[in-house]
Design a protein around this ligand. Structure first.
Ligand code: ADP
Length: 366
């Protein structure tokens, strides 16, 4: 039986790494608990792989620390070599040993007697649903099968953490979606913590319980996927994790005016808001009503489970609206637009905490 540790599995504090003049990772801090799955999400070149390599011990930080269950493992004095960390790694290019069979690849890192190794390999082959491929060589497998074997190989020595660097990006869309579901379920079932590097927000949202959103080497936001999607801390985050309608706020006659009405803050805060951000599915369309903000449908795009509309407000702004495909709309149709959930940002792109409401200016009074 294992006892639960008081300290988090991983604790990074002020981690920084530069390559000559390039600041790849700057001041990153976060914690990862045992069995927790997190993803490091951000655009290409933002420092995701460098952060993963710092945690794996494949790079040494210039500043800051990585701790394992509360003990520092990253400084030159207290460096724990990568092979002693008990972290598994899975890469984009599968990286199986080409001259070894599937079974031998999986058995590679397992310690113990021959019988123990055989039993662990058999168990893992069952878990990845490939017992019939035990004797095959890597080149005889499809990309998806190779990646399942790579995951099994990394799980075989019972690691405490699996680090995955863009493991699904060399696979076709359908296979990628299926494989990431299977691997997520497998890691959860095995109770192994994971850190997944990806530039694909759908992958991050569906794979992990927590997202670490990075840009320009820095950690922008750390939270669960729905929190980051609904309450992005910055305008950049809002745009990166999904589609965002951005409306300018104009300060006129003491009011904060937007094309969807006047902004009123619960705590009466002032004119800090310069942008309102609304997700397309948070805009509701109703029949035209002079007491609501009006507009008309400019285009309709059917996208399977949703329908994406462009609506031009009477004031001229165009908004993206997602609705159920069950409702039939026609181009040119007049509508009222009602915002449900939205966020406000200041001039530096930081989210304002103060709750706000948007009150339409009726066409009879505007
Ligand atoms: P990501 O994984 O988000 O694509 P990386 O961590 O690979 O980003 O890279 C972050 C930045 O550091 C990039 O500008 C990249 O060119 C640079 N970089 C990464 N590794 C090295 C290296 N070994 N030598 C020089 N520059 C590097």
């Amino acid at each position: 039986m294992t006892t639960k540790n008081e300290s988090p599995l991983i604790h990074c504090e002020g981690l920084s790494k530069a390559y000559e003049s390039i600041e790849a990772v700057t001041g990153v801090g976060f914690e990862l608990e045992e069995s927790e799955s997190a993803s490091i999400l951000g655009p290409s070149g933002c420092g995701k792989s460098t952060l993963l390599r710092l945690i794996a011990g494949l790079e040494n930080p210039d500043r800051g620390t990585v701790s394992l269950f509360g003990s520092e493992i990253s400084s030159p004095r207290r460096m724990l070599p990568p092979e002693k960390r008990r972290f598994g790694m899975v890469f984009q290019d599968f990286a199986l040993f080409p001259h070894m069979s599937v079974s031998a690849n999986i058995a590679y890192g397992v310690r113990g007697s021959k019988a123990e190794k055989q039993s662990r390999v058999a168990e893992l082959l069952e878990l990845i649903n490939l017992p019939h491929l035990a004797g095959q060589m890597p080149h005889q497998l499809s990309g998806g099968e190779q990646q399942r074997v790579a995951v099994a190989r990394s799980l075989a020595p019972r690691p405490r953490l699996i680090l995955l660097d863009e493991p699904f990006s060399n696979l076709d869309y359908q296979l990628r979606v299926q494989l990431r579901r299977d691997i997520r379920d497998l890691l959860r079932q095995q109770g192994v913590a994971s850190l997944l590097v990806t530039h694909d927000q759908n992958e991050a949202i569906t794979f992990s319980e927590r997202m670490l959103l990075m840009n320009g080497g820095m950690l922008i936001q750390n939270g669960n996927p729905s929190e980051i999607y609904r309450y992005p801390k910055t305008l950049w985050a809002a745009r990166f994790v999904g589609e965002a309608n951005l409306l300018e706020v104009h300060h006129t006659d003491g009011d904060n005016r937007t094309p969807l009405g006047i902004l009123n803050f619960a705590k009466g805060s002032t004119g800090n808001a310069v942008t309102v951000m609304i997700r397309p599915e948070e805009l509701h369309l109703l029949p035209p009503d002079k007491d609501m903000t009006g507009g008309s449908i400019v285009s309709i795009e059917f996208a399977g489970p949703v329908q994406n509309l462009t609506v031009r407000l009477d004031s001229g702004e165009e908004l993206r609206v997602s609705t159920s495909p069950k409702r039939i709309w026609t181009e040119g149709e007049s509508v009222s637009v009602v915002p449900e959930h939205f966020q406000c940002y200041d001039a530096s792109g930081q989210r304002l905490d103060d709750e706000a409401s948007l009150n339409p200016v009726s066409s009879s009074s505007s």
